[in-house]
Design a protein. Structure first.
Length: 422
């Protein structure tokens, strides 16, 4: 099978998977007015890539149709970075442009980093994926705190990483990771509740189903996995991820984000959302939703990382199953990462998965107010990532649009652009 045929077939598989998950199929963005479109193309940052101009056009159409200030996209092929560009504004007041190395909140795209870290610790013999894992956390609870659900004792890392540990935010009608003020009130602790308080509250509540019995997407399950990694490695969560994943992959600038605008990281974009809500910080009044409508700091392991599209591609080429550059995981744990543990869930450990063999794809979206993120990897050696600093882009539609453009590319650049971004 030719590379182009494999890409087209992968696109068909991915579109079918999107339909199964409730997402729409490919759809063209509405063309913006000619002058605005030309300005977007002219002001794009990063090195233009011959033959990939259709990606430039897609991004400018998306920014205009979704009314999003800025975004960035990168593509890797066979271990090489072949495209990395920024479009629009990181800051609309200062007119700062988005670049390929601009940092964005990546929201739930943080989950693959947590999952791969846990898999690497398992690969090194420091943890077991299939043995009860909650002991270190349960033993840290104060003597006055009573665990209500004994099924917690059976939760494993495999359950936590595959969203089958027993927490169901739909059935429970709320997500503890976005309820820091309510949890603070319930526990009589200062608001907003920190991660310790959120975990304590969660561990003293009931599970919605028995561990391993079904799939239910769970942010708090990943937050607990991150805290367990800290306890096992005896180091902060972000340091553990840096040691096992980021540094080996050559990623130096990824870091955990902060809630307030005055605590943004150097090179981080601003986030845009028209909604104003009460701040989670008492006494701070109404704020823009991305700037205090939720408490980002406890979300690290499930949704708190900052990254650039180049960072995401450095990660993608180390979890693509190809020999060059060498994968972080050996063949056994790579297979475990992509094998859904719950039949029909379409979710492995840290990734949605579709297709088989050379047609297999794995991806993850990220979605919180002011941020949309997406990364897709394919067994044929292609991967891409896109990040936006607005709320109205739809990751499922974006995924299909980029796959459709990629399927039509006849000639790929041969230069590896990773050295351009040391």
């Amino acid at each position: 099978m030719t590379n182009r045929a494999a890409i087209v077939l992968s696109f068909v598989v991915l579109t079918a998977a999107a339909a199964m998950l409730g997402g729409p199929g490919p759809r063209s963005a509405t063309d913006p007015p000619r002058e605005r479109f030309a300005t977007c193309l002219a002001q794009a940052t990063g090195t233009p890539a011959s033959g990939l101009e259709s990606l430039d056009s897609l991004m400018c159409r998306l920014l205009d149709s979704a009314r999003v200030p800025g975004g960035a996209v990168a593509v890797s092929r066979q271990g090489r970075l072949v495209y990395a560009r920024g479009f629009g504004y990181a800051d609309t007041i200062r007119k700062t442009r988005v670049g390929p190395t601009s940092l964005f909140r990546i929201a739930s795209l943080s989950k693959p980093f947590t999952a791969v870290t846990a898999l690497l610790l398992a690969q090194a013999g420091f943890l077991s994926l299939d043995e009860p894992a909650m002991g270190p956390l349960l033993q840290r609870l104060p003597p006055s705190v009573r665990v209500r659900d004994e099924r917690l004792q059976a939760v494993t890392f495999s359950h936590l990483l595959s969203h089958s540990a027993g927490w169901d935010r739909e059935a429970h009608n709320w997500d503890p990771m976005f309820a820091s003020d309510s949890i603070a009130n319930a526990l009589h602790v200062p608001a907003p509740a920190d991660l310790d308080a959120i975990i304590r509250y969660t561990l003293t509540d009931s599970l919605q189903f028995s561990p391993g019995s079904r799939f239910a997407y769970s942010n708090v399950g990943y937050a607990i996995a991150g805290r367990l990694l800290e306890l096992l490695a005896r180091a902060p969560y972000d340091s553990v991820v840096a040691r096992y994943v980021l540094m080996p992959a050559g990623i130096r600038r990824m870091q955990l984000g902060s809630t307030r605008p005055n605590e943004r990281a150097p090179g981080e974009v601003l986030y845009y959302d028209t909604r104003r809500v009460p701040s989670v910080f008492p006494g701070e009044g109404e704020v823009g939703f991305p700037d205090g409508g939720f408490y980002l700091e406890p979300m690290g392991a499930h949704g708190g990382w900052l990254a650039s599209v180049v960072d995401l591609m450095r990660f993608a080429v180390r979890v693509d199953g190809l020999p060059d550059p060498p994968d972080l995981l050996d063949a056994h744990y790579f297979a475990s990462m992509l094998e859904p543990s719950i039949a029909g869930s379409g979710y492995g450990m840290g990734w949605y998965v579709a297709g088989h063999g050379v047609d297999r794809l794995w991806w993850h979206p990220g979605d919180i107010p002011g941020t949309k993120a997406l990364m897709v990897c394919a067994a044929n050696g292609l991967a891409f990532a896109a990040l936006f600093n607005g709320s109205s882009v739809r990751p499922d539609r974006l995924r299909d649009q980029i796959m459709e453009v990629i399927a039509r590319i006849d000639s790929w650049p041969t230069e590896d652009m990773f050295p351009h971004y040391p």
